[in-house]
Structures are given as structure tokens and as C-alpha cells.
Design a binder for this molecule. Sequence first.
Ligand code: PEP
Ligand code: MG
Length: 323
Amino acid sequence: QKAEWEELKDAKTVTADGVHFDLAANIGTPKDVAGALDNGAEAVGLFRSEFLYMDASELPSEDDQFEAYKAAVEGMNGKQVVVRTMDIGGDKELPYLPLPEEMNPFLGYRAIRISLDRQDIFRTQLRALLRASHYGQLAIMFPMIATVNEFKAAKAIYVEERTKLIDAGVPVAEKLEVGMMMEIPAAVMNGDHLAKYADFFSIGTNDLIQYSMAADRGNEQVSYLYQPYNPSILRLIKMVIDTAHKEGKWAGMCGEMAGDQIAVPILAGMGLDEFSMSASSILKTRSLMKKLDTTKMKELADKAVTDCETNEEVIALVESYMK
Ligand code: PEP
Ligand code: MG
């Protein structure tokens, strides 16, 4: 197995019938880039930028952020780095940015909701990202988008900052994709509309599952409801992929599920374009994909969303296919 993985490190991810999928890494800081490449990442599908904020004692300056994003894109050597704008709130706090006490922090003031409210913080981050985009293949995505208006508002602020930088003669990438996380069921249901404005979707299953099942992702007592293969979740995922493709956009996944060996055959069958996971799961997943046939996986995915009624039935179905 070690020898096979060593060989797979520099290989593309291709199925038995020759279809390519992108296997990307989730990172928290530019220091993680080395590990991502070492594990054969074809891109960074999620750079959780909030760690820059959490590791600091005050709001990181535009220059500090610029250096971090630049280091990440340069380190990836032309491979794409998708940076998610600050996703604070929920269970992530900043000591220097007191947030209101809330009954339901996961349903409250977090992520893009803070960014649209605290535009000073948001604009600083966007300028840093735009400046770094000149040094490699950078993409931006917004977390926790629930509505078309939120995406449009965030995109408009991005366009303003971009225009200002260009007018000031600062180099920014000519082509920079701006997409969004799909992690709120309401956004999934409006996917056809959102796909007109977003350049790509990245499915955040960690949150999408908790919001769909109304079960706190950190609460042990309701963890039995955390069911990634429940047909309800699979149907939402399929909607995201289909609505993206209808508008000619790509769909990825950066939640835990993207590296889950039961989920991967189904997701490949649905045509998910990019799988972003912890670096340590990449080679295992590439090895699995080599054995998959997309025609069979499509049949598997169709069966899972139409015939199966439960999480358990889907697991059994995948296991029988993999035999
Ligand atoms: C997710 O929700 O699936 C995700 C990738 O984001 P986070 O885990 O950081 O909330
Ligand atoms: Mg999330």
C-alpha cells in the first residue's frame, strides 16, 4: 500500500474508465501547504482564513493577510487555492472581537453575516486577497450564504474593492473566481438562481447536515442524527451539483464527507467535480477512485437517492457495489 500511495502522489486522480476528478486539501494556514503537496493535493479547496484571525491578538492587518495568502498561492505553484472569507461565530470566537451572547450561536451572527455588517473587516480581507491573487491561482468563496441578496451584496463589495485597487495601479489577477459555500438548505433550494451569480459552489456538509437535520454538529446526544448518507442529504447534494452544472459552473465539496470512503463513490456518480479533504485522506481516496467506474457509480447514486429510505440502506447499497 505504501508503494502504491508513493506512486499516486504525483498522479492525477482518474477513475478506471478515465474520468478525472480534482482531489484538493483543506488547510488552515499557509504552513499547511507543504503537507497538502506532500499528500498529492491537486489544489487547495478550502483555506479556512478564520485561523489567521484566531491565531492573532488583534484583527490581522491587510499586509499580514496579504503575506499569508500570497505564501499559500505561491506555495501551491500555480495550483488553485480557494480561500474562504472569515467564518467566525458559531463555535469560533475571537477574544478581541466580542460577539453578542446568543441562544443559538450556530443560527446567529456568524460568517458572511458578520462580514456584511462589519464591512471594515470584510474590505480589508478582500483587498488582501485581491492583492495576493496576482501571485498565483486564487479563488474566493463566501461562507454561510443563505440568500441571493447576500451573495450579491458580498460580490458587490468585492467588485468595489477590486475596482479601487485597479484604479490605484495595484496588480490583481485578471481572472479570479468568486464562489460560495453551500451549507444552508435554503441556499440549496435556490441553487438555480445562485448559480447565475456564483462562479462555483463548494458544499459544506459539516454545516449542511446539522442545518438539515436540525441537530447541533457538536452535541453528542443528537449525534445519531448526523447522517451523511441519509437520502435527504444526498438529494440536497445532488441538487447543488445539478444546479451548478446547468449554469456551466463547477461544484466541489469541502466538508468531511468529501473524503469519506462510503460517500466518494456516490459523489463521483453524481458528478461532483472537486473533493476537498484533510490532506491525510487524499491518497487513500485517489487509490479508491482508480477502481471506480463512473457509469456504475452513476447508477449507484441514482439508486441511493431514489430507492433508499435510510442512512443504513445507503451504506449497505454502497458496500454491495464495492464488492
Ligand atoms: C462545512 O461546514 O462543511 C465546512 C467545510 O466548514 P466548517 O467545517 O469550517 O464550518
Ligand atoms: Mg461550515
